[in-house]
Design a binder for this molecule. Structure first.
Ligand SMILES: *Cc1c(COP(=O)(O)O)cnc(C)c1O
Length: 397
């Protein structure tokens, strides 16, 4: 048997080898500290879990409407109205098995071979493969650390060709934590409109923004922008519900209908019980989010203060999500034993072997000068991990 050509076009994940090594070290009993996790270290709140139990007890255990139950669609519509001042009808909203599945359905509903999708780097690891699996071409556009890793209207303009179909935006960003302001989005929107392209706005970290900064969606810029934007969101990060697999999208009804057709022939509806739990999450008390955000903020402050204290390390203050993305370029070409650090993968490999700390190399996100730290882990662990890294950095010559 041979793999499909489509699959062959997907590059092996640069993090795979390092992950495998971290896992086997753990299995061998080594106390590896991980800054690698991409999910909140909190339990799903009790009232949400209770609702799932109730749904099961009441026999809500069968197929549902493919695009999600009306009750959940209404809760999502209400969320968009309250939080984002965006209005949608039921047939402009669809629920899938996580935000990632939404993106996958979207790519298959929208893209043809030869279409280009603009992805600003650093990007979330799954964007390029999702585009490639749909037969289209990712066009990676670099951003600058000085611009807080945000796409400039000039770079966007320069990347657009007659084949450009979509731009993917992610704010707050995984891996950088940057958050676009309203005026930055307006400037990008102007370019988008001039070139008649669509936008996928991944807003999965919408609720995880620090310092009371406001969240803005590019769909809010104007009605015209809204009509060409697909707002992607989900419950994984906001409600610590990664395992439940509920994500959603709002956008043009013809495309939503197309995505529903794809979903009907692949996964069918998202899990019935998780959908009921999601209704409880969206309609129930929201104070849990604040508690989680405060914990993340405390860790963020500590992590940043420590990182910035390390010789040669620079790190932008992340405005949202639960990641920091420091620059380790200073250590490139330094040596440990016989090995020279040539890029982020070498650095991360070194931290894993020398310091027993797992990190994700920036190359996985399209920028080799950086390393991603997730602070979705306890303060004590963060402190111990940073002590180890500090020790390991001191041994590089
Ligand atoms: C976690 C994440 C998602 C989606 O997660 P799901 O669990 O599939 O909902 C989407 N985009 C980014 C940037 C993420 O970090």
């Amino acid at each position: 048997m041979f793999l499909s050509e489509r699959l062959k076009a997907v590059k092996p994940s640069p993090t795979l080898a390092i992950n495998a090594k971290a896992v086997s070290m753990r299995q061998a009993g080594v106390d590896v500290i991980s800054f690698g996790v991409g999910e909140p270290d909190f339990d799903t709140p009790k009232h949400i879990r209770d609702e799932a139990v109730r749904a099961m007890e009441e026999g809500f255990t069968r197929y549902t409407a493919v695009g999600g139950i009306p009750e959940l669609k209404d809760a999502i519509i209400e969320k968009f109205r309250c939080d984002n001042n965006l209005s949608y009808e039921r047939d402009e909203v669809m629920i899938s098995c996580g935000g990632k599945h939404v993106l996958y359905n979207l790519a298959h509903a929208l893209l043809n071979p030869g279409d280009e999708v603009i992805i600003p780097a650093p990007y979330w690891v799954s964007y390029p493969p999702i585009v490639v699996l749909a037969g289209a071409d990712p066009v990676i556009v670099g951003t600058r650390e000085e611009d807080d890793f945000k796409l400039s209207p000039e770079s966007l303009e320069m990347a657009i060709t007659p084949r450009t179909k979509l731009l993917i935006l992610n704010s707050p960003s995984n891996p950088t934590g940057s958050v676009y302001t309203e005026s930055e989005l307006q400037a990008l929107a102007e370019v988008v409109l001039r070139h008649d392209i669509g936008v996928v706005s991944d807003e999965i970290y919408e609720k995880l923004i620090f310092d009371d900064r406001p969240f803005c969606s590019i769909a809010q810029v104007s009605e015209e922008l809204k009509s060409r934007t697909f707002v992607v969101n989900g419950l994984s990060k906001t409600y610590a519900m990664t395992g439940w697999r509920i994500g959603y999208v709002a956008g043009a009804r013809e495309i939503i209908a197309g995505m529903t057709k794809i979903q009907s022939q692949s996964t069918s509806n998202p899990n019935s019980i998780a959908q009921k739990a999601a209704v409880a999450a969206l309609n129930g008390p929201q104070d849990f989010i604040q508690t989680m955000l405060q914990a993340f903020d405390e860790r963020r402050q500590y992590l940043l203060q420590r990182l910035r204290g390390f010789t040669g390390i620079d790190c932008n203050m992340p405005g949202g999500a639960f990641y920091a993305f420091p620059n380790f370029g200073y250590y490139f070409n330094s040596k440990a034993g016989g090995t020279t650090m040539k890029g982020s993968a070498d650095i991360c490999e070194y931290f894993l072997t020398e310091a027993r700390v797992a990190l994700v190399p920036g190359i996985a996100f399209g920028d080799d000068n950086f390393v991603r730290f997730s602070y979705a882990t306890g303060l004590e662990t963060i402190k111990e991990g940073l002590d180890r890294i500090e020790g390991a950095l001191g041994k590089l010559v």
